[in-house]
Ligand binder design. Structure first.
Ligand code: ACO
Length: 399
């Protein structure tokens, strides 16, 4: 069925292309992926060089404005973001309306959607100044809202942002700090989180980014479009894979299954088991982000005392898979999610926050793609066609 459903079928004037596997919906100058060779570049810069030399805020600037900032441009961008980290006090009361055990993703998307009501002065998609202020507001406020969603799930008081801290430090403190106590920043942890966010910052026309563009194509404002992107990312097939990797490693560890036995289960299709964190729709080679994350996993787990046993299991699984014909023939390699969950867990984040961290990371990409979409004179409202397979004309019975 796979080959048939994914084949581009010409049906009159309409191309049937489920999952848009063969449809380019945008012309974009932001991110380049060569899946066969495992290449990822933001605005032409290889992801490996950015991970080594840049940081999340600088990379956000690069994605959104197209060039690396000069030192003064970077300082100005960073300062503007720091000034906007607070959210309106009334917005905080929203969080009290959700059940205590609410998942933080829908809480975050609701809060981001509500930004349209609090910042109604910046909703015009064709006013460059309003687009600019919405950009800064989103980058600044999403981590605050994400930390509030987390605090809500813990039943702990929310902390105001502390703007002498950088982007990731501020977020970590808002998540893990307690009022009236100093929160000691662990620079290694803040740096590792910064790199992970950067690696997630854009990935061209994935499900959530296409959603942001589609919603924005009706000229809905940036807050509304990004909120829709967060909802798309919430789905387990998109943002939830790192949670699934951790669940798999937990199962292997606690049930005493050897990685070798687990691999046999995966290869036996009837078992239905998949090696989570392996395989990718676009990468048919090692996901370049996964290589970088793997190095950080070693470093950070050593420093933070994460679960070494599970890292061992993950590495054994990877080693076995890379040498196994089943995986080689199907071009299945580790994707970015294979090691990220282990790092997030070592940092102290519960599993349901993993997708929220992905959302914070992907935000600059959503913003950059929304702006590119709105500025492109060839953009049209997104409106796919369909292949109608229902009844022909029939008549209402005369009773
Ligand atoms: N473990 C075992 N077998 C696999 C795996 C896996 N992780 N992934 C793919 N395969 C096999 C399939 O069974 C299929 O085999 P067949 O040709 O004998 O039928 C073949 O490889 C092709 O797989 P498809 O599912 O058709 O490939 P598709 O491009 O549709 O799926 C996907 C890609 C969804 C990522 C898939 O590889 C998968 O389910 N991986 C595990 C989940 C995961 O890690 N998702 C994260 C994606 S990255 C992200 O969202 C940031």
């Amino acid at each position: 069925g796979y080959a048939i459903t994914n084949m581009l079928k010409e049906t009159g004037n309409v191309a049937f292309d489920p999952g848009f596997m063969n449809t380019a919906n945008a012309r974009s100058a932001i991110t380049y992926i060569d899946g066969n060779n495992g290449i990822l570049r933001y605005r032409g810069y290889p992801i490996e060089e950015l991970a080594q030399h840049s940081n999340f805020i600088e990379t956000a600037y690069l994605l959104i404005y197209g060039e690396l900032p000069t030192p003064s441009e970077l300082e100005d961008f960073d300062t503007r973001i720091r000034r906007h980290t607070m959210v309106h006090e009334d917005l905080k009361s929203f969080f009290n309306g959700f059940p205590r055990n609410a998942h933080p993703m829908p809480v975050l998307s609701s809060a981001v959607s509500a930004l349209s009501t609090f910042y109604a002065d910046s909703l015009d998609p064709f006013d460059p100044e309003q687009v600019e202020i919405s950009t800064i507001r989103l980058l600044a406020k999403v981590p605050t809202l994400a930390a509030y969603a987390y605090k809500k799930s813990k039943g702990e008081p929310m902390l105001y942002p502390q703007n002498d801290l950088n982007y990731t430090e501020n977020f970590l403190r808002m998540c893990f700090g307690v009022p009236a106590e100093d929160y000691e920043i662990d620079p290694a942890m803040a740096k590792a989180l910064d790199v992970l966010l950067m690696l997630h910052a854009d990935h061209e026309q994935n499900c959530s980014t296409s959603t942001v563009r589609l919603v924005g194509s009706s000229h809905a404002n940036m807050f509304a479009s990004v909120s829709a992107g967060i909802n798309a990312l919430y789905g387990p097939l998109h943002g939830g894979a790192n949670e699934a990797v951790l669940a798999m490693l937990n199962r292997i560890e606690t049930q005493g299954v050897t990685p070798e036995d687990f691999m046999e289960q995966v290869k036996n299709k009837e078992s239905g088991a998949r090696l989570m964190g392996f395989g990718h729709r676009v990468y048919k080679n090692y996901d370049p982000r996964a290589r970088i994350v793997k190095d950080y996993a070693h470093e950070i787990l050593e420093k933070l005392g994460g679960n070494d046993q599970q890292l061992e299991i993950a590495m054994r699984l990877e080693e076995k898979a890379l040498a196994d014909d089943y995986f080689v023939e199907r071009k299945l390699y580790p994707n970015v999610d294979f090691y990220t969950g282990l790092i997030y867990k070592a940092m102290g984040f519960p599993e349901k926050m993993f997708t929220v961290l992905f959302a914070i990371g992907r935000l600059p990409g959503w913003v950059a793609q929304w702006r590119e979409m709105i500025e492109d004179p060839e953009t049209k409202i997104g409106r796919p066609r369909q292949l109608y397979v229902g009844e022909g004309e029939r008549h209402y019975p005369q009773r």
